[in-house]
Design a protein around this ligand. Structure first.
Ligand code: SAH
Length: 556
């Protein structure tokens, strides 16, 4: 699944999801939880905590040689997500630069699984101080360490609720720890834990179960207050730790926490994002050491990546001819096919109030530099949809015609291979989709159609950045009957889940791209090259919109 692209490059599950059939054949306990459908596809129901637990335990056994027990009443970690954080900590501390030095870390709130210390000790030989407030978690964590013979490297300590690092460190005044990590309780209260207010009511229910116990997933003030407390402790401990770090369940926690660190004059602050399957997480790290080398935050990294393929669509000779006939009625008719297509594209962009200007380019092509200020193409679709819905008085979800189009197996570029129509059971699921905890889920592409019926204002508090795979090299040909159907499907699939207005200070556009209209044999091709902006999916949407509008013009 494309979102796995955002997995850490060293994550062993990146581009290599676990083979459920193989694991089921090898592990009896796991086999009990997999379902094989009539076509032989093996899948796991992520709504069953037992199944989620079986997967986590099986992966830890198969890939790390770890044997763990986790009670169903406590948080069941997902291995790929936890690995992402471990790899980021490796990046922070510059793992590998000084191989002989014992690396010491602290895991604040280690949980019943004790997963971070178990992974860190097994993979890298790190020493861990693992803290926990909850009795049940503490005793399971201790047992998990012992049964893996890792007591020399992992010390599990029971701490009082009130402080996070101070109590754990008060006896060891000499030692400098290399890092601390923390997966904090995300929610402020029961309502938030159940997704009330924070989860859009139109969103489908989570496809995975939240297995966390109340004390684990909830803390007074939610993750924001929890992390502020860690910051507070760090201001006293300062250089006792080289890096302080925390995972965040909500992107909106990042800015206030960074501001807090800035106000306190913390010299080094960085962040990252973890993404797998439909789950996104963010992480924040800070240091009082001036000499630490900071890994670049994800946006900067992305800019350095090699340019991605453009989004393209082809207009057949016949389509271009028809277009010429249509525009003939109004304007002086351009004779050249490229000019005809360009004129139509320019007209649509003008109607959308998307800014563009022609820029110099090669012979036989036209290049437009495009700046989209607001998501006007979604408004057009939404208005139409809302009108249609009022007429039909249809409830949302399954009866929604957009959704039934979504499930259409002819889908080409926007569909998610791992998501069934119910969005819950996935066969051979992408590694990161092995959710099963208090993780805010991302709608997979397969769910986009459902999102397309959501009011955007409600949607806007959900984090949208990098949530969907972009159909980079997707290419569609218009001008045939089957293309008509495909176009309809793709129109319904296009993801309108983008914000209305630019977010973040300083940005006053949604995105910029370069549109090239060029010859492709006897046909014409429209290419959209990403330049910059919030989210490449916005460009995908606009491309789909343009194709649909052009096609409508031809058939009208
Ligand atoms: N690290 C585990 C568990 C995270 S859940 C994982 O990633 O799967 C958060 C954990 O923090 C819970 O187990 C909860 O009991 C613990 N916790 C809550 N407050 C704490 C505190 N003040 N100090 C240490 N642990 C705490």
């Amino acid at each position: 699944m494309a979102l796995n692209k955002s997995m850490h490059p060293r994550n062993r599950y990146k581009d290599k999801p676990p083979d459920f059939s193989y694991l089921a054949s090898k592990y009896k306990e796991f086999q009990q939880h997999v379902h094989t459908n009539l076509t032989g596809k093996v899948s796991l129901n992520f709504k069953e905590p037992e199944a989620v637990r079986a997967l986590t335990c099986t992966l830890l056994k198969e890939d790390f040689g770890l044997t763990i027990d986790i009670p169903l009443e406590r948080l069941i970690p997902t291995v790929p997500l936890r690995l992402n954080y471990i790899h980021w900590v490796e990046d922070l501390i510059g793992c590998g630069t000084n191989k002989n030095k014992l690396i010491r870390g602290i895991d604040i709130g280690t949980g019943a699984s004790c997963i971070y210390p178990l992974l860190g000790a097994t993979m890298n030989g790190w020493f861990f101080l693992a803290t926990e407030v909850d009795d049940m978690c503490f005793s399971y964590a201790t047992k998990n360490v012992e049964q893996n013979n890792l007591s020399d490297l992992i010390k599990v300590v029971k701490v009082p609720q009130k402080t996070l690092l101070m109590d754990a460190l008060k006896e060891e005044s000499e030692i400098v720890y290399d890092f601390c990590m923390c997966n904090p309780p995300f929610f402020a209260n029961q309502m938030e834990a159940q997704g009330v207010n924070s989860r859009n009511p139109s969103r489908p229910p989570p496809s995975s179960i939240n297995t966390g116990g109340i004390t684990e997933i909830m803390a007074e003030g939610g993750e924001l207050e929890f992390v502020k407390r860690i910051i507070h402790d760090s201001l006293q401990l300062k250089k006792r730790l080289r890096w302080y770090s925390c995972m965040l369940g909500k992107k909106c926690s990042l800015v206030p926490l960074k501001e807090e660190l800035q106000q306190q004059g913390v010299p080094k602050v960085t962040h990252t994002e973890f993404c797998q399957g439909r789950t996104m997480r963010w992480a924040l790290a800070w240091s009082f050491y001036e000499d630490v080398i900071m890994p670049s935050p994800p946006s900067k990294k992305r800019k350095l990546e090699k340019p991605r393929k453009p989004i393209t669509f082809t207009l057949l000779e016949y389509t271009v001819k028809e277009l010429r006939n249509k525009v003939a009625s109004s304007e002086p008719v351009p004779s050249d096919a490229i000019e005809v297509v360009t004129a139509v594209v320019e007209k649509i962009l003008t109607d959308l109030k998307v800014l563009f200007k022609r820029v110099p380019c090669g012979k036989d092509e036209v290049s437009l530099f495009l700046t989209a200020i607001q998501n006007s193409w979604v408004h057009v679709r939404r208005r139409k949809r809302d009108g249609a819905r009022q007429l039909r008085e249809l409830p949302r979800a399954t009866s929604d015609p957009f959704q039934s189009t979504e499930a259409d197996s002819t889908s080409q570029s926007h569909s998610s291979p791992n998501t069934g129509p119910d969005g819950a059971e996935r066969s051979n699921v992408g590694a990161g989709e092995m959710a099963g905890e208090n993780e805010e889920e991302l709608p997979a592409n397969g769910g986009n159609s459902l999102l397309s019926v959501m009011p955007l204002d409600q949607e806007s508090n959900m984090e949208t950045e990098e949530r969907f795979s972009s159909s980079d090299s997707s290419s569609t040909v218009l001008g045939t009957d089957s293309a008509v159907e495909k176009e309809k499907a793709s129109s319904a699939r296009a993801n309108p889940e983008a914000e209305d207005t630019p977010k973040g200070s300083g940005s006053c556009f949604l995105f910029k791209c370069l549109v090239n209209v060029k010859k492709d044999g006897r046909n014409a091709q429209v290419e959209m090259h990403w330049v910059e902006g919030q989210n490449r999916d916005l460009m995908n949407q606009l491309s789909t919109f343009l194709r649909n509008q052009i096609f409508k013009l031809v058939v009208s």
